[in-house]
Design a protein around this ligand. Structure first.
Ligand code: FES
Ligand SMILES: [Fe+2]
Length: 420
């Protein structure tokens, strides 16, 4: 044991939950009945603007890998939040984030998407900012700016922290600490040793649909038997799916394998947790629990990350809105260190995953168009789609419920069902 393994008590609880889900004849007693989710949340410019002003400015967003900043002075640009940011490792080794808008006439301070600098020197008139704390060091022809106070013209700093080998930014100047926000997600992820992961591939998609239409397709398995049909042989048994609603809108989903997959894998039953040989030949990380091998295990981190984890490396999927009806899906495939050199196997694995994504995204634009129809007013949500309601509740809390027109809100119903 290294101290990084998954807590055995959690595995027992998840196993019991899966058995209970298999056997139930309806939702648990007293579980709330969801009203329809108003379709205006997906289609109205007004709701989109509320998200832009209050959700994306007040959430921890994964911006990249710490390893992409190998040296002091290494930086990369991050523009996915519709404002230009620089993520940079200072002379003290700490990663920080600054606005990439020069305080002189608003040029981008740096233009190259990544690089290494001594200082941040604007390419337009060479105002120079400190790479560590962003303060304005030098102004070209300073004698021509009488009254300019350099102390007031530093680059605005954005909240920034690292966890798991990733850099996270938050436009809220005083956010909840990242590690408190991530909570049990961070604890459960410890088994994967993600700080050692390396990028082995990307798959970026632009989909004409609202970002919630896109991300919600990855937060339930109600669709699995139909959209991901394999000639009548589905891989998962969605009846046993257990959903953990985590604080702050994040969630976990663990789904047992279907009977034929269980049998083919030599498992005595769906909960015969075993380290299974990987079909692509990857070696597992030793601290990963067998339950990860023998289920479909996935997380979403509020608001825009989905990750279906695996014992040897896995995809990390980020969803960014680009207007009310357009979403950039950024899929990053990471490998654990023992499998980094298996280029052919990764190519096959990434292609196989892309096929699943193709099946998911095929629906998204037609759904978005249908949601814009006046004949469609809202989405009924089932018990097994409860992660979607949980996401939407947290969106409203983050925006501020009172800011949202009543007809566009979702009720706060799941407070009693959130895991501690
Ligand atoms: S805009 Fe940057 S120095 Fe003028
Ligand atoms: Fe799917």
């Amino acid at each position: 044991m290294t101290g990084r393994e998954l807590d055995g008590g959690l595995v027992e609880r998840l196993t019991a939950e899966m058995h209970w889900e298999m056997s139930r004849t309806g939702p648990p007693d007293g579980f709330p009945v969801f009203p329809d989710i108003p379709s205006g949340r997906y289609t109205d410019r007004e709701f989109y603007e509320l998200e832009q002003q209050h959700l994306w400015t007040n959430s921890w967003i994964c911006a990249g890998r710490s390893s992409d900043l190998p040296d002091n002075g290494s930086y990369f640009l991050f523009d996915e939040l519709n404002l230009p940011l620089i993520v940079i490792r200072g002379k003290d080794g700490t990663v920080r984030c600054f606005s990439n808008t020069c305080m002189h006439r608003g040029a981008p301070v740096v233009r190259e998407p990544a690089g290494t600098v001594r200082n941040l020197r604007c390419q337009y008139h060479a105002w120079t900012y400190d790479a560590t704390d962003g303060h304005l060091i030098a102004v070209t022809d300073e004698r021509d700016f009488p009254g300019l106070c350099k102390d007031d013209k530093g680059l605005p700093e954005i909240s920034c922290d690292t966890w798991g080998g990733w850099v996270w930014v938050n436009l809220n100047p005083d956010p909840i600490p990242l590690i408190d926000f991530l909570g049990s997600f961070a604890t459960e992820m410890d088994q994967f040793q993600t700080e050692q992961f390396q990028l082995v591939g990307t798959d970026h998609r632009v989909i004409d649909c609202n970002w919630k239409v896109a991300i919600e397709a990855f937060q339930e398995v109600y669709h699995f038997r139909f959209i991901h049909d394999r000639g009548g042989k589905t891989q998962l048994d969605s009846r046993g799916a257990t959903m953990g609603l985590l604080p702050h809108g994040s969630s976990r989903q663990v789904v047992p394998f279907s009977k034929h997959v269980t049998e083919a894998a030599g498992m005595a039953s769906f909960d015969d947790w075993k380290e299974l040989p990987n079909p692509f030949g990857f070696a597992p990380t030793s601290t990963v629990h067998p339950i990860v091998h023998s289920t479909s295990y996935a997380f979403s981190v509020f608001p825009n990350l989905v990750t279906p984890v695996a014992a040897n490396g896995f995809p990390w999927m980020l969803f960014f809105p680009d207007g009310p009806g357009r979403t950039n899906i950024r899929i990053y495939h990471y490998s654990s260190p023992e499998n980094v050199d298996m280029a052919d196997a990764w190519a096959k694995r990434i292609e196989a995953f892309a096929l699943i994504i193709d099946e998911d995204v095929e629906n998204l634009n037609p759904m978005d168009r249908a949601m814009n129809s006046p004949l469609y007013t809202g989405t009924p949500i089932s018990y097994q789609e409860r992660r979607l309601w949980h996401l939407n509740e947290a969106i409203d809390r983050t925006i501020g419920i009172e800011r949202i027109p009543e007809e566009l809100r979702v009720a706060q119903l799941l407070g009693d069902y959130i895991e501690n």
